[in-house]
Design a protein around this ligand. Structure first.
Ligand code: CTP
Length: 360
């Protein structure tokens, strides 16, 4: 609380209502003994100044640090929000708007003000936004930045394994889940590299997209890109087997029966998870039966941090669908995400991954 705030409400009222100690002074022996202003600024995930008066905006925009609040602002490295509250004429005054613009240029995020009846009787802009809407805006913005600066590598789509120059083996994967995850990760502030098999989708423009065709190409590209990445999400439906050797010329039909010899491909997810500095690795499991058993088995066998399992071969959801439901497993927990649009599902999965990633 600033000295001006103390004229309106006592610290005791605030302390009783919030259940937290109230700090008012920059240099008091008790405050410094409990938590000095530098520690206080370091401790905060977010700094919100509400109500922010014209005077506070002016001080902050010019870097003055003559009380606890303005000093906290200078020390804070976390996101800073201001919720202005002032008379409408003060709000419209060019100097106030200039101060605000300066603060916004320095990254301060503005919430409100709203228009309406003011304490002084005027009607106009300058009313502080409602506390609940201020909290909602901060919550949604800080949630959406949950992977700020993190590097995420995602595989998506099917692979194509050539039998001869005109034929190949592939699967029903549309790539929708992997692409939705790439979009959700970009929205969460991550730097995204998408390694994609052949699909008919447009990649999020902010993602760095590398197109591949075969399981071997996907393996090589992932291994090239995986260094320095924080999270790896294997959403691709990689062929488990590939023809022994792609025939150089078209195979002619002759015999009544023919046999294709298939060789196992390299498991990209398991290979990434086994790297010495492995990123937080997330795999998918598409199962027709015993979902939990198979998913937990994959979690252990591939030594990954998380497995997102879904049913396939059922009426709703799965490979080509726009919707899906997931049962997500990690070492000591699980979480079900109900049937929903893949874009929303991806958003929820990214939040779940981010929460576990930050814990481990
Ligand atoms: N995966 C991979 N590379 C492969 C095969 C699979 O990266 N060559 C990844 C998939 O992207 C997915 C996960 O591994 O995230 C699960 O793949 P799946 O084929 O279902 O698992 P398998 O271990 O092959 O088990 P099974 O065939 O018995 O279901």
């Amino acid at each position: 609380m600033t000295q001006a705030a103390l004229q309106f409400v006592t610290p005791l009222t605030f302390q009783a209502l919030s259940g937290y100690p109230v700090q008012t002074d920059l240099l008091t022996p008790e405050a410094d003994y409990a938590m000095g202003h530098i520690e206080l600024a370091r401790w905060a995930d977010v700094l919100l100044i509400a109500p922010a008066t014209a005077n506070v905006l002016a001080k902050l925009s010019h870097g003055l640090a003559d009380d606890l609040l303005s000093t906290l602002y200078l020390v804070a490295e976390c996101p800073v929000y201001v919720a202005p509250a002032m008379n409408q004429a003060m709000w419209h005054k060019p100097v106030t708007q200039q101060n605000l613009k300066r603060l916004q240029q320095h990254g301060v995020i503005l919430i409100g003000p709203e228009s309406g009846e003011q304490a002084c009787g005027d009607i106009g802009f300058g009313r502080m936004s409602e506390p609940t809407s201020i909290c909602q805006q901060i919550m949604s913005e800080s949630c959406s930045r949950i992977l700020l600066g993190k590097k995420i590598l995602i595989t998506a789509g099917p692979t194509r394994e050539a039998i001869d120059p005109v034929r190949y083996i592939t699967n029903r994967s549309s790539g929708k889940m992997g692409y939705a995850l790439a979009a959700a990760a970009v929205a969460a502030g991550a730097e995204v590299t998408l390694v994609s098999g052949p699909v008919a989708l447009t990649a999020p423009p902010a993602a760095h997209t590398l197109n591949v065709e075969t399981a071997a190409q996907m393996y090589a590209t992932v291994m090239q890109q995986v260094q320095h990445c924080d999270i790896f999400i294997a959403a691709a439906a990689v062929a488990d087997y590939t023809p022994q050797e792609g025939q150089p010329s078209k195979i002619k039909k002759q015999a009544e029966q023919t046999t294709l010899i298939l060789l196992k491909t390299q498991d990209i997810l398991a290979a990434v998870a086994a790297l010495p500095n492995a990123p937080f690795s997330v795999g998918f499991a598409a199962e027709t039966d015993d979902l939990e058993k198979h998913a937990l088995d994959k979690l252990q066998r591939k030594r990954v941090n998380m497995i997102a399992a879904n049913w396939v071969g059922r009426e709703q959801g799965g490979f080509e669908s726009d919707q899906n439901a997931l049962q997500v497993f990690w070492k000591n927990g699980q979480h079900a995400i109900a049937m929903m649009d893949k874009a929303q599902l991806a958003e929820q999965l990214i939040h779940l991954i981010a929460a576990q990633f930050h814990k481990e």
